[in-house]
Write a protein that binds this ligand. Structure first.
Ligand code: SF4
Length: 240
């Protein structure tokens, strides 16, 4: 209860101090808690999601379902020539971003290396599909709220609750929540989880880069690549 109270105070402070603020939501368990808390503080706070063409169908469907259920009015930023069928919904705002750069680079990588870009160069794939679209999402914001947590993985131990990154404030209200506390929060508030968690996944990303299990929650991310258990870049790079 103390952590929940504190998280709400942090969000309240951030909303008062940085009126141009939004909540990022990947529709993973931590994001759902951060969004739920932020909405309790301000029912009209902006919610945005960065989706990719490699997210599983279950994520598209879950996003659509929870957007409606929680009345989130989510804005989706996504590189692509068209949006997934599931996003064809009046309560979603879809911002399609140009796909040309991704198509050119991924085709080149494929033909030169004989393997998809997310295997050969996941950093570049994440830059094109996640980091650049997140820059677009935050370009008019002074601050964004995230579901980042210290115990999720080896790369997340030393974040701070409020960070100034190149002038863009990042607010991490649930930084000290444990995985068990996240599940407890969700079950006591009746927040239905993404279906992949029942299959053993502990951290959700794009389909080719997520696996179930792991000692730490993020161990299943980017397995067998140079950035196993690491970061896509939105929390490590300057976005503005
Ligand atoms: S998580 Fe994988 S598929 Fe998704 S953008 Fe990053 S490298 Fe590409």
């Amino acid at each position: 209860m103390d952590k929940v109270k504190h998280a709400k105070e942090v969000i309240e402070y951030a909303i008062k101090t940085y009126p141009k603020i939004g909540v990022a939501c990947s529709f993973g368990k931590d994001s759902m808690v951060a969004v739920h808390l932020a909405r309790e503080v301000d029912p009209n706070i902006e919610v945005f999601a960065v989706m990719t063409m490699f997210k599983p169908q279950e994520t598209y469907d879950y996003l659509k379902k929870m957007n409606k259920k929680m009345n989130l009015n989510t804005t989706i930023y996504m590189v692509g020539n068209s949006a997934p069928e599931a996003f064809n919904d009046a309560s979603l705002n879809v911002e399609l971003l140009p796909a040309k750069e991704f198509e050119t680079i991924s085709t080149k990588v494929d033909s030169e290396k004989g393997a998809p870009i997310y295997k050969v160069d996941p950093d570049e794939c994440c830059r094109l599909l996640k980091v650049d679209p997140t820059k677009e999402a935050v370009k008019n914001l002074d601050a964004w709220v995230t579901g980042l947590r210290n115990t999720e993985g080896r790369t997340r131990t030393d974040y701070e609750e409020i960070e100034n990154k190149g002038g863009l404030m990042k607010i991490n209200p649930i930084l000290t929540f444990t995985e068990a506390e996240i599940w407890s929060y969700m079950s006591t508030r009746g927040i239905e989880p993404h279906p992949w968690y029942s299959q053993g996944y502990r951290s959700l990303g794009c389909a080719p880069c997520s696996s179930p299990g792991g000692d730490l929650e993020r161990d299943g991310r980017w397995q067998d690549t140079s950035k196993c258990g690491g970061e896509c870049g939105i929390h490590t790079q300057v976005l503005k």
